[in-house]
Design a protein around this ligand. Structure first.
Ligand SMILES: [Zn+2]
Length: 252
């Protein structure tokens, strides 16, 4: 059985070291599930597994260097570098959501301040709209606000909603331009709930990344939507379990 966990995972031991969103610390996931299921259990970060699935079966087929970023309740990333998932020696590589971007920013679930996900995750977009909302906006009647409502109002031309979306694009493109400069990827795959805001959002994000990143790597990177949808993590978990058992994959 393969399992994806939203947090920092020790893949050798199958333990979740830290998950701010689940409030987990040192949870032996593989052992707990393995004891009750009676089969080997392999655990990795959920976005790493989504990246693995998109690389093998989705939008990243044929690419050797790509970033999979998910923007939903939080923000996560999986790095495929030179054809392989890159985890770093402690397994924490790809924590794009906790990239510090605003020294005086909002307190994050990780305990630090001004992380990228406090500025442009779905949660942050809803929070920002709630701060700014006024009676002239169609969002005034829809409180409490979430990112889905903000994107819908923006598509219908609501000025306040458009401002909030533009701010989110500015923050997210700042983080991703840093990744482009650092790693020179060929592809950025965008998934998660916020990515379903539509092609307008992705086009704006791609244009903003090109404006902020260095011209050379910016010209080489493409920004595309994920292909496997919300099931990418589960598909990746299955692929990972097969890989770890050294078995031939049951798919191309
Ligand atoms: Zn954080």
């Amino acid at each position: 059985v393969g399992v994806g966990v939203p947090g920092l995972v020790d893949v050798v031991k199958g333990e979740c070291r830290f998950s701010p969103n689940l409030h987990w610390q040192d949870v032996p996931v593989a052992q707990l599930l393995g004891d009750s299921l009676g089969v080997p259990v392999f655990v990795d970060n959920d976005v790493n597994l989504a990246a693995l699935a998109e690389h093998r079966l989705g939008a990243g087929r044929g690419y050797r260097d790509l970033i999979m970023v998910t923007v939903g309740t939080g923000i996560g990333a999986g790095l495929i570098l030179d054809g392989k998932l890159y985890r770093g020696p402690g397994g924490s590589a790809g924590e794009l959501g906790h990239l510090p971007v605003d020294p005086a920013g909002t307190l994050c679930s990780c305990g630090r301040r001004g992380c990228l996900e406090t500025t442009c995750s779905g949660t942050a977009i809803g929070r920002r709209a709630s701060q700014l909302v006024h009676p002239a906006s169609r969002l005034w009647e829809q409180q409490p606000l979430d990112a889905r409502a903000v994107f819908a109002a923006a598509r219908e031309g609501d000025e306040l909603a458009r401002t909030v979306v533009q701010e989110a694009v500015a923050w997210l493109s700042t983080g991703l331009a840093g990744v482009v400069n650092l790693l020179n990827p060929s592809l950025i795959i965008v998934g998660g709930g916020v990515a379903q805001a539509g092609p307008g959002f992705l086009d704006a994000l791609a244009a903003a990344i090109k404006l902020r990143a260095l011209p050379h790597p910016a010209a080489q990177v493409q920004v595309v939507a994920a292909e496997l949808g919300p099931g990418a993590g589960v598909t990746g978990a299955g692929l990972y379990a097969w890989d770890r058992q050294g078995k031939e994959l049951p798919c191309p």
